[in-house]
Ligand binder design. Structure first.
Ligand code: ZN
Ligand code: ZN
Ligand code: ZN
Length: 363
């Protein structure tokens, strides 16, 4: 398969032209690998990609140059020596550009030195230029999301199948176990493995700690990693022993809310309608005050990116948008629960990247 970078740079230039942007300058972060396939280490040495209408140049520290897969037809490579000034080199590549889009992750360490060299210019954020491209996943990206989702599903199946010992272990131990399984199933990196038992599950981003999992606990597991450059993210809950009636009933409300959110993720609908769909199911069931976060976030090269499924986001869902649908119910001091799948909007409807059963499995 031909690398997508030439096409992406062509699209980014079209976007620049549309927005009157003369130069794009990105450093660490994900716009860089998206545009040229190179992932920069977050070093004190400057790495920058400068894109103008007729030229793209990747500026890297000499010692990092061997890691660059140089697509000659797409960009020039400038490797700076330890004694050179990379800020001056990068600033000169901008040329006479008036309006310059700068990456969110261009550290102030460099930007502070860069700006005086570009005085009189106008600056905008590169997220507004590259973001509209990155939000639409192409076929290869969707395949990568599906593969990462399937790998996360295999770990979720191990959880539901009782293969991951829970009772008598700490949340932290189970988190480490899940992390190892994500790697064993093909992930390159683990991004997070939240394990929250009993009342700890009422804190959505609980940090797994020393609490020992016991019978009678609900155990919330929210985990994901990066596989071949794209992220997975799934949440499933299991109950150790039969759940109390109120918990079982709440789970059914949650399951219906998540389903409603997924079904609402159709092309042309507003992003916020996914949130509204899930939230109204929970509100009708009396949980309005217990669902304390947005319904979802976009996902791709980053675990959290555009588009956000939140009230107020009127962006129309388009084919290729990938996002989580993850409503939750959090009862402080008692228990919490969340159910999460990744969904990709397609012309033929929402397509789930996760297929693990959505029941509250009793172990
Ligand atoms: Zn989260
Ligand atoms: Zn998650
Ligand atoms: Zn998520």
């Amino acid at each position: 398969m031909t690398p997508p970078y030439a096409l992406r740079l062509a699209k980014v230039r079209a976007q620049m032209q549309l927005q009157g942007v003369d130069a794009l300058m990105v450093s660490v972060g994900f716009d860089l690998p998206y545009l040229v396939g190179y992932h920069a280490m977050p070093l004190e040495r400057l790495t920058a990609l400068v894109v103008t209408a007729d030229k793209a140049t990747l500026v890297v520290p000499r010692l990092e140059a061997p890691r660059v897969e140089h697509h000659h037809e797409v960009f020039d490579l400038v490797a700076w020596e330890e004694t050179q000034d990379p800020v001056a080199i990068t600033a000169s590549l901008v040329g006479a550009a008036q309006r310059i889009a700068i990456g969110d992750q261009m550290w102030s360490r460099f930007l502070v030195e860069m700006l005086p060299r570009l005085s009189g210019r106008q600056f905008v954020r590169s997220v507004d230029v590259v973001g509209p491209l990155r939000i639409h996943k192409d076929e290869a990206e969707i395949a990568a999301l599906a593969a990462a989702g399937a790998a996360a599903d295999r770990v979720a199946a191990q959880l539901q199948g009782g293969e991951i010992p829970l009772v008598g272990r700490t949340e932290a131990q189970v988190s480490a176990d899940i992390s190892a399984r994500l790697i064993a199933e093909g992930h390159d990196v683990v991004n997070f493995a939240i394990v929250a038992a009993g009342d700890n599950a009422a804190s959505p981003h609980h940090h797994p700690g020393g609490r020992v999992i016991e019978r009678g606990d609900i155990v919330l597991c929210d985990f994901g990693g990066t596989m071949r450059g794209y992220c997975s993210d799934i949440t499933r809950c299991v109950h150790i022993g039969e759940p109390p009636v109120d918990v079982a009933r709440a789970w059914e409300d949650l399951r219906r809310a998540q389903e409603a959110g997924v079904v609402a993720g159709v092309v042309g609908a507003r992003c916020e309608s996914v949130d509204t769909a899930a939230r109204s199911v929970l509100a009708e069931a009396g949980w309005a005050d217990y669902f304390i976060h947005r319904t979802g976030h976009g996902i791709g090269m980053e675990a959290h990116e555009e588009p956000y499924m939140v009230s107020g986001n009127t962006l129309p869902i388009a084919a290729g948008h990938a996002f989580s649908v993850e409503p939750g119910i959090y009862v402080e001091g008692k228990w919490g629960m969340r159910l999460e799948d990744i969904v990709v909007a397609t012309e033929s409807g929402p397509r789930r990247m996760n297929t693990t059963p959505r029941e509250l499995v009793v172990l």
